[in-house]
Design a protein around this ligand. Structure first.
Ligand code: PLP
Length: 388
């Protein structure tokens, strides 16, 4: 039996596979430090859980509006206007089961067979896989470690063709922790001016996890591009709600109509009582800020610690909760990851999983306690001292 060729040919997600494999290994070897996952180690704010208990008691357990809870969509529109300076209204918002499904819907709604979508590497692996499963062609722009992964207009232009339909960006970035700088924005806007038919998928899921008083900018706040930007965001990372599967997209009406049709025929609606929890989450400003501060402390701890270790370098993260560590080694990133797991019992994700082919990097999540991170630094030091 020949199954769907496009989907059969897609690679399984390396990070999801590694997270599951490491959790399995930890059952027999609890000493393993699992730094593979993109999962906050904080509980969901209590007020969010309380809201859902009340909703359940009130019996709000049936199908709901397929676009999403009206109050939640209005509240997200207000947030996008006030915080991101993007003039969306409630009718521009679709609530989805996780940001990942919002990415999926956007790509499916935009890509015809043979269309190309540009994505930036190192980057989140689901983008090219979803493009491929949709019959499109992902075209990678390889940003460079030695240039701090800055975007240039030349690199974007080199990836463009008359088939380019979409540009996918993700800032704060998984895995590098970079945010958009002034020069990145200039490169992106110059490119978009040159290609007036190209849409942008802007995945802003780590937007509240930003360090050192850095400020983030959404391309949707630039009036000239507003019509062409689709914002994707969600509750997994900034509200510690990974298991709730709640995200959203915001786009202009013509695309919304297409996205909604696919959504209605595949999902119908996102759970109504869980969405009431998301409404509460948007007001849990203090809890989100406390988590951000904890991540910032951990980021500083790692930064200081890694400076003491020979043969490794940490690209300072401006946001998200990942340490992108470059190793001076002859091994490739996958072999190195296996060796680190074997000898130091530290589990990270190899840079190759994010398309980094020029240098050897590993992504370590610091959504882990300071104690775990201190142990990781000690073990990494011992490992490096015996390997350099
Ligand atoms: N986008 C990026 C860049 C991510 O890193 C992740 C999760 O790892 C997602 C989207 C998916 O988030 P969600 O849990 O809301 O589907």
């Amino acid at each position: 039996m020949e199954f769907n060729r496009l989907i059969s040919n897609v690679e399984p997600s390396k990070s999801v596979t590694l997270l599951a494999k490491t959790k399995e290994l930890q059952k027999t070897d609890p000493e393993i430090l699992n730094l593979t996952g993109g999962e906050p180690d904080f509980p969901t704010p209590k007020a969010v859980c309380d809201t859902v208990v009340t909703e359940l008691a009130a019996g709000h357990t049936h199908y709901s509006d397929s676009r999403g809870d009206a109050d939640l969509r209005a509240r997200i529109a207000r947030k996008l206007q006030e915080e991101n300076h993007a003039p969306y209204q409630a009718e521009n918002i679709l609530i989805t089961p996780g940001a990942k499904y919002a990415v999926y819907l956007t790509i499916r709604a935009l890509i015809n067979p043979g269309d190309e979508a540009i994505w930036l590497t190192p980057g989140w692996v689901s983008y090219p896989s979803i493009v491929e499963a949709s019959g499109g062609k992902p075209v990678a722009v390889h940003l460079k470690y030695e240039e701090n992964y800055r975007i240039t207009e030349e690199a974007l232009e080199a990836a463009a063709s008359d088939k380019t339909k979409l540009l996918i960006i993700n800032y704060p970035n998984n895995p590098t922790g970079q945010i958009l700088t002034e020069s990145d924005i200039q490169a992106l806007t110059a490119f978009l001016r040159n290609h007036p038919d190209v849409y942008v998928l802007s995945d802003e899921i780590y937007e509240k996890i930003v360090y050192d008083q850095n400020k983030i900018v959404s391309l949707a706040s630039i009036p000239e591009f507003f019509e062409r930007v689709v914002i994707v965001n969600g509750f997994s990372k900034c509200s510690a709600m990974t298991g709730w599967r709640l995200g959203y997209l915001a786009c202009t009406p013509a695309l919304y109509q297409v996205v909604l049709k696919l959504f209605q025929h595949s999902i119908s609606c996102t759970s109504g009582f869980l969405q009431r929890g998301a409404l509460t989450a948007l007001d849990c400003v203090e809890e989100t800020e406390q988590m951000r501060q904890a991540y910032e402390k951990r980021k500083n701890l790692l930064f200081e610690g890694i400076r003491e270790i020979p043969g490794v370098e940490l690209l300072t993260p401006a946001g998200a909760f990942y340490a992108w560590v470059k190793f001076d080694t002859d091994m490739d990133s996958e072999t190195l990851c296996n060796d680190l797991l074997d000898k130091a019992k530290i589990a990270g994700v190899p840079g190759i999983a994010y398309g980094e082919e020029d240098c050897v990097c590993i992504r370590f999540s610091f959504a882990a306690s300071e104690d775990v991170l201190r142990t990781m630094l000690e073990r990494l030091k011992t490992y490096q001292e015996s390997h350099t």
